[in-house]
Structure formats: C-alpha cells, structure tokens
Design a protein around this ligand. Structure first.
Ligand code: CU
Length: 362
C-alpha cells in the first residue's frame, strides 16, 4: 500500500511539473457558453450536431459532503458533485474547450479533486484540481476524444476508492461535431438522453444486521473499507438510491421517441438491459469513433467507463431498465422503470390464447 501511495505521489508531482511548460491555448478568442448543469437522469440542453465552431464551455461543480438516504433503512455519509449521485452530466462537442471550476465549500472537511477520463494529462485533471475545504480551482481542457467518459474524485491512495464509492462520479459526453453515426455514414439522432449513473455502495452493518449510521465520512471510513475489500456491495443504485427511478419517478416517453441511454459505472462492471426493448445502436465501450453494435439484448459496461445505447420505443407500457445481474437489480436496488405512452402494435406482440386451464400433458 505504501509503495503505491509513493508512486501516486510521484506521478502527481510529474504532472504538476509538466504544467510549467504549457503551450499557448488555442482557445483564445473563442465564444464562451455557460452550461446549465441539471440533475440526473437528465442531460444538459445540447444539440446532437455542433452549431458553428468550437466554444469554451464553462462548467461549475460544487462538492457536497452530506448524509443521503439509500432506502428505508439505510443512510450513507455521501460525497457528491453538485449534490447528486451520479454527478451531473457534462455535454460538449469534439474540440470544444471545457473550463471547469471545482469548488470545495469551507463547510466540508475533506480534500477533493476531479479526474475526467476525457482529459489528456495531469492525471485526467486530478493533478491540477486538488481543493481543500474553502478552496476553488479552475482548469481548461480540450475535448479531443469523442464518446462517453466517466469522471470521478481521485484525491490519492485509499481515499480514491473511498470517495468514488461514496458517490463522487459522473459522466462527460463528447459528441462528434457532425453528430452520431451508424457506422455506415448515416446520421443518428435522439429526442432525449436518459443518464443512468450506477453506484455500488458498501454500508457497514451492526451485529444484528442493521445498517450503521455515522456522524461524518471519516467516522465510518474504517468500517466501510472492511466491507469494500470484500468487493460485494450492500446496495447498487441507479440515480443515487435504491430503485430511484420507479413508481412516480419512473422515466416517461412516447412510442416513436428515440432515447440515448447513457450508462456509467465508475468502479465495477455492469450489464445494462432494457426489458421489452433492445439496444438498437450501442457504443458499448463509449467511443463514438467506433461503429455502434446493432440490435443487442444486453450490453457490457466495463468498470471505470460509460457507454451509450440508442433505442426507438415501439410499444406502450412498462419497461424495466436494469443491470442484468438480476440479484443486483432486484435485491440490491439496480432497476428503473420506463413508462411509454402510445398505441399498441398487435403485429409486434399480442396474446392469442388464454386464460384457459393449463394443459399439463406433453
Ligand atoms: Cu472527493
């Protein structure tokens, strides 16, 4: 453990030195746009294809250290970007610049930063954004890679997994300037983005099996690390708490609507599946420079990445979007409801028999 910490420290020092020889930015004189951050599962307002040339997109994140409720009997001392888990999605186009301000309010007690997988250099920005309580730092980076990318806090050593599984992660989506393509040169568009941020939680239990509550994050850290090293989460959420997008909070749409479903998991593998639908175009590893896979049932999100799947709804009714590790989906909270309105198509599916007495002869 100690040698790993030393290596991380050395890498951080190198990253810092490299900044001294920074070249003049190509962002000079570009138009500035403030991105209005929105809470998941929504994505900020954007166009599929870029309008005009590259811009500087200003993004502001404030870090929250505060207790959150996962389900009726479980609370965690969470750490989040902008008080949401997952953190808000950032959306830009290729070759835009992102000017990201990370603020750590004085009311917090820990040091934080941000490593964005879309960033080149300085540990993904982590080496330049370390903020103590009461501090704020701003970085500017060029979005040169297109796709969906995870971002997360990475303050060093054992604090990295601790902060990530306490809620500090999200997605930046970098769209090609001429929009998404099907791999054969044809454009693909969407009406809506649904942003599914999956989170594994490791909540300690007392001798009676009750989930423990703590006064602050550090108070529960040792107990939580003991659960974390077992690698079996107690809860797996989409949207910051168990079954967040179900019942009244179900996602809603209409027949004929095309949705880009972005799924992120900053720490472990996942298997998104839409019960009743398909992944018609899937950028499983997140890169929009790679042709999408078509018409698949379940796609794979490698831990530490985000991927995207496009689907046009064809039938009304209830769908379930979940991780098709069904134990995690049904017993640990990793399932969402989708309710679609519209006219039923009997040609695609209809019930042609029953109910009758079950035929038991074969
Ligand atoms: Cu942090």
């Amino acid at each position: 453990m100690k040698s790993k910490l030393i290596i991380l420290g050395a890498v951080a020092a190198l990253a810092f030195v490299a900044v001294g020889s920074a070249q003049a930015a190509g962002s000079a004189g570009l138009k500035r746009v403030k991105q209005v951050m929105v809470a998941p599962p929504a994505a900020p307002k954007h166009t599929n294809k870029a309008v005009g040339g590259p811009v500087i997109v200003e993004v502001a994140f404030s870090i929250e250290e505060k207790e959150r409720q996962l389900d009726a009997n479980t609370w965690v001392q969470a750490m989040t970007f902008n008080d949401s888990n997952p953190g808000p999605m950032i959306v830009v186009h290729e070759n835009d610049y992102v000017e990201l301000t990370l603020s750590n309010p004085a009311s917090n007690s820990l040091e934080h930063n941000i490593d964005l997988h879309a960033v080149t250099g300085a540990l993904g920005g982590a080496g330049l954004t370390k903020v103590a309580p009461g501090e704020s730092k701003t970085i500017r980076f060029k979005a040169t890679k297109v796709g969906t990318f995870v971002y997360h806090c990475a303050p060093g050593g054992a604090m990295i997994p601790f902060h990530v599984v306490s809620g500090m992660n999200g997605v930046i989506m970098v769209l090609p300037r001429d929009g998404l393509k099907d791999g054969k040169g044809n454009s693909l568009s969407y009406d809506t983005v649904w942003y599914f941020g999956e989170q594994d939680w490791y909540v300690p239990q007392d001798a009676d099996g009750n989930y423990k509550r703590y006064d602050d994050a550090m108070d529960g850290m040792a107990d939580m690390q003991a659960v974390m090293t077992g690698l079996i989460p107690t809860h797996v959420s989409i949207g910051g708490k168990s079954f967040a997008y179900t019942g009244d909070n179900a996602l809603k749409g209409k027949v004929g609507e095309t949705v880009l479903m972005v799924h992120a998991q900053a720490n472990r593998d996942s298997r998104p599946h839409l019960i009743g639908g398909h992944g018609e175009y899937v950028w499983e590893r997140g890169s929009f420079n790679t042709a999408p896979t078509t018409d698949i049932e379940t796609w794979f999100i490698a831990g530490g990445s985000a991927g995207a799947a496009l689907y046009t709804f064809k039938q009304p009714g209830l769908y379930v979007y979940l991780s098709h590790n069904l134990i995690e989906a049904i017993m640990k909270g990793c399932a969402s409801h989708v309710v679609i309105e519209g006219k039923w198509n009997d040609d695609l599916l209809t019930q042609v028999g029953g109910p009758t007495k079950a035929d038991t002869k074969h």
